[in-house]
Each structure stands twice: as structure tokens, then as C-alpha cells.
Design a protein around this ligand. Sequence first.
Ligand SMILES: [Zn+2]
Length: 240
Amino acid sequence: MKLDFLVVAAHPDDAEMSVGGTILRLIDASAKVGIVDCTRGEMGTRGTQTDRDSETAAADALMGIHARFNLNLPDARVEASVENREKLAALIRKTKPDVLLAHHPEDLHPDHMAAGHLAREAWYLSGLKRLAQLAGDTSAHRPTNIFHFLSHVAQDPTLVVDISHVWQRKLELVRCYESQLAAQDTEDDGSHFLFGSNIEVRISTKARYFGEKIGVQVGEPLVHLGPLPENDPLRQWLNK
Ligand SMILES: [Zn+2]
């Protein structure tokens, strides 16, 4: 299996909520996109494990995602440990993506931060030949670059992806995760636990804010470490 992009997310729904529009655009351009979730979200306040698994399956079908993996790390306890980063590095070698998309290491949720660090460290390690051999793989593979997506902390983006043409489909993707959007009981009004507003409203506000920065209706921000190389594969796919 050879992927063009691998999205590393902490919980099922993070990929769709943060970069669902970018994923749709890439798949529309015939790129092979995979997602690896670190956990199954079993510690989430809303929704059961069964709900979350079937919601993820529905989102996968809507996106037409090429492959979806789960590292099965404990939810709310994700760590960029030696064992976990080698587990992710092995998946990177197996799927050989050209680009990684992962959480920005600066966030409020510790799992998002850990998943961002985990992705950065695994990205580097996946290119070490001797480590690959030690794990029984014949060759190393390091993606060309890594972009970080944002969840709870705003950053200045290196690139904003115009998602205007796939916006309605992105909202449908977000709505697949019904258990995360709806109130669970009388104490819960369906708002985000930290930010108060409804999750769908928050996603729309952010998309309009970042879209405005590049003069389009809605956009998704990405941060790249250092300047973008001229032949960056993400932009090449988006321009197809
Ligand atoms: Zn999350």
C-alpha cells in the first residue's frame, strides 16, 4: 500500500473537524489519503464506544478514505513514548505517505499535543534505515514534509486551504459525529466543554476567519515548520 497523505489524529473526529475539507479536496484530486487515529475516543464525555465506531465508519464512507488505522492507545493518556513513536514509524514505513498531516503540538488537549509530538518524532524516525531493519522492515521511508492542523489554539498558518467548494460536504462529515455534537443529558446543552459555543458553529467561525485571510469564503489553516519548499507535494495535489 502506498498512500500520498497520512493524517495523524488523536481521536476519531479530529481529522474530519480540523482538516476534513482538505482531505475531501485531496481525494477529489485522486490522492490516496489515509487516517490513523491514536485512540478510539473511549474516554470522551459524549457518546459510547459503539456510537463512535459507527460514526467513524460513516465518515470514512462519505470521504472515500483509502485506509483508516487505529493505534489503540489509551484515550486521555496518549504519550509520545519510544514504543508509541516506533509503532507510528512502522505504519509510516508501511504506508509510505509523501506528506503527514498532524495536530499542532501546541494545544489544550494533552492527547492533541502528544499526538503532534508523536507524529513529528515518528516522521523523523521512519527515515532511519537501521531502526527499520531492527523492526524487520526492509526499507526506511520519511515523508517529504509534515503539516500541523489546529484544534484549540490559534496559530499563524503557513498555508490556508480553500475549502469553499467542499464546505457542505465537510459539514456532513462533521455531522457524522452526532454523539459529539448533541447534548447528552439535561446538564449538557451541546456546547463545546471549553469554549461554550456549539461545535458546528465553532467550526464555521474558524473556517470563515481563516478563509477571510486568503480572500475566500472558508478555509482550513495548516502550519509548516519553516518555509514551504517550492515543490511541496500538498500544493501540487491541491493545484491539480
Ligand atoms: Zn480530539
